[in-house]
Design a protein around this ligand. Structure first.
Ligand code: BEZ
Length: 204
């Protein structure tokens, strides 16, 4: 099984720091499944703390966070405990211990040369379709604000069928999808829109 944009997300049933979890449990919610190269590494530690700080914001957006690496559950537990002890931050979301690398391989998150996972992000919609895939270099920490922005853009497309323009930020106009017929294109221009192919619309 492999992962493709726009296709059903590969199923998983796994052991996590919050007990057994399956993808199916999350039906009806947005899921951010993200992999990190290894526990107790500095860049990953900063990312986990930032995901935790933004946890309530993700919850309000009906998003569940799920971390993953091929480290053991004991390594995950020890790392989470250390983050709490040293930085005072509790990691409130489950982290998959993918010791058999099954999920990592299904989601194309394995760096087979090093035997660890890459820095991947998958946004899965409430119908469990993969809507976004991003891979970052091991040495480059993710931008969590950008991940929130893309969730919000995807949700506008989901709720309002609007696309979002370059550098879109919440509160700005969306884009009405381009007309599919000549008649619709002509009607749009006649209605006073500058072009038949680009039309902005207020989101709220
Ligand atoms: C880090 O998280 O700090 C890291 C992990 C793998 C390679 C390089 C950096």
């Amino acid at each position: 099984m492999s992962v493709y944009l726009g296709q059903k997300a590969p199923e998983f049933f796994v052991n996590t720091t919050k007990g057994p979890v399956s993808l199916e449990d999350y039906k009806g919610k947005w899921v951010i499944l993200f992999s990190h190269p290894a526990d107790f590494t500095p860049v990953c530690t900063t990312e986990f703390m930032e995901f935790a700080r933004k946890y309530e914001e993700f919850k309000k957006l009906n998003v569940e966070l799920v971390g993953l690496s091929v480290d053991s559950i004991y390594s995950h537990i020890e790392w989470m405990k250390d983050i709490k002890d040293k930085f005072g931050i509790e990691i409130p979301f489950p982290v998959i211990a993918d010791i058999n690398k099954d999920v990592a391989r299904a989601y194309n998150m394995m760096d087979e040369k090093t035997g660890s996972t890459v820095r991947g992000v998958f946004i899965i919609d409430p119908n469990q379709i993969v809507r976004l895939m991003i891979y970052y270099p091991a040495e480059t920490g993710r931008n969590i604000e950008e991940i929130i922005r893309t969730v919000r853009a995807l949700q506008i497309n989901w709720n309002r069928k609007l696309a979002t323009p370059v550098n879109w930020k919440p509160g700005e106009d969306g884009i009405v999808l381009a007309p599919g017929t000549l008649e619709e294109a002509i009607a749009r221009e006649k209605s006073g829109n500058k072009t038949w192919y680009l039309k902005f619309e207020q989101v709220n």
